[in-house]
Design a protein around this ligand. Structure first.
Ligand SMILES: *Cc1c(COP(=O)(O)O)cnc(C)c1O
Length: 381
């Protein structure tokens, strides 16, 4: 029997053709495809600027640097995320403080974040990194109000959510990563995410100043801008210590063709989610969906009493469900350096019960029916 993973990429002939023609062109890296991908991605999410990078982890690193995070400065994020959302703060020598999640949306709780901020003197924290977990957009309007009150920046970790949106208080749809409420948005093109580049990431922003800083930091901190006239065409300056975090033209060509399929992919993911919800309604708890939101559904998470039992049972039927995530504050590295003593019991309780079921556009109705049948069989005993 064919194995059913929790997620998988979808590569078709148009993707293959795009990569092959880039291999036959003049540039392998830093060519026209990078810029085209950046422009198309910015158009798609509705941001002014986009900066392509070699993966989202690099994107997060550049984001905290561009926002000026310094050693010892403190940033708040959620424990229910991939470690990279927190690690970027450590790269810059900052402290990661965790606030708890909402037990129904599984997103960073605004109340818990407020409580943590208010328990400390003014100026204690520098920024917040909310995560659009599983593809469900964070209400960034609410976080912006809180951030403005305390002079904080916001990095939206939108790695799970290209194509998702929430509706703000005026009823306007706000696409994930559009930069209207967060300072910077981050996306990943790891094959398990919506858009596969092998490795890859995108940083979005509406700030020209941040855009320039991010572009410079991506390429060693080197710039040539406006220098040819005074010094000659070869001239460049290294103005700060940057990195080589560039995406290649080959990956960008793949990213462009993958991006064109994302809208349909998100729609199919939502069909799959609706099938699960219909089957599980009243029997198995799943992530709630606030009004006016489109969940991009990187994942479909359910909660069960005997999570390990279900995980093992599904594996005997070649269904490879996955767990997202082990709370970051309980990972040995963070346990050792742990800051604060915030109550994170909702995150810990969620982790003891969560399991991500197969969710990807090419999952067939038959395969999904098989998954649903096995989950219900296990839950009903
Ligand atoms: C995948 C992921 C990342 C890191 O992405 P990479 O492209 O693999 O570096 C960061 N944050 C979240 C929430 C992710 O899911």
């Amino acid at each position: 029997m064919k194995a059913i993973p929790y997620g998988r990429q979808h590569i078709d002939q148009t993707d293959i053709d795009a990569v092959v023609s880039t291999l036959q062109a003049d540039f392998l890296t830093q060519g026209p495809k990078v810029q085209e991908f950046e422009n198309k991605f910015a158009d798609y999410v509705g941001s002014k600027y986009a900066v392509a990078v070699n993966n989202a982890t690099s994107g997060l690193h550049l984001a905290v640097l561009a926002l000026g995070l310094k050693e010892g400065e403190r940033v708040i994020t959620t424990p229910i995320t991939f470690a990279a959302s927190a690690n970027c703060v450590r790269y810059a020598g900052g402290e990661v403080w965790f606030a708890d999640i909402d037990p129904d949306t599984y997103l960073l709780s605004i109340e818990s974040t407020k409580k943590l901020i208010n328990s400390k003197p003014k100026g204690f924290f520098k920024g917040i990194i909310p995560v659009d977990f599983a593809g469900l957009p964070v209400n960034l309007e609410a976080f912006r109000d809180l951030a403005n009150e305390h002079d904080l920046w916001i990095i939206e970790d939108a790695c799970h959510a290209p194509g998702g949106y929430f509706s703000d208080s005026k009823g306007v749809k706000q696409m994930c990563g559009n930069g209207n409420y967060a300072d910077i948005g981050i996306f990943s093109f790891h094959p398990v995410k919506h858009i596969a580049c092998g490795e890859g990431g995108m940083i979005t922003t509406n700030s020209e100043k941040l855009y320039k800083r991010l572009s410079s930091l991506r390429t060693h901190g080197i710039t040539k801008e406006d220098m040819a006239e005074n010094h000659g065409g070869w001239f460049y300056e290294m103005q700060e210590l940057g990195y080589n975090y560039r995406l290649t033209d080959i990956q960008s060509a793949l990213g462009i063709t993958q991006l064109t399929k994302n809208k349909a992919g998100v729609a199919r993911r939502n069909d799959i989610a609706n099938n699960y919800k219909q089957a599980f309604n009243g029997k198995v708890k799943f992530q709630s969906l606030p009004d006016g939101n489109l969940n991009a559904h990187h994942l479909f998470v359910v909660e069960v009493d005997d999570r390990k039992g279900l995980y093992d049972f599904l594996r005997t039927h070649h269904i490879y469900a996955q767990i997202h995530y082990i709370p970051v504050h309980t990972l040995p590295y963070y346990k050792e350096i742990g800051y604060g003593s915030t109550d994170l019991s909702k995150s810990e309780n969620y982790y003891s019960r969560c399991i991500s079921l197969p969710m990807y556009p090419t999952l067939s109705n038959e395969e999904q029916g098989f998954v649903i049948e096995k989950v219900l069989k296990f839950v009903n005993g």
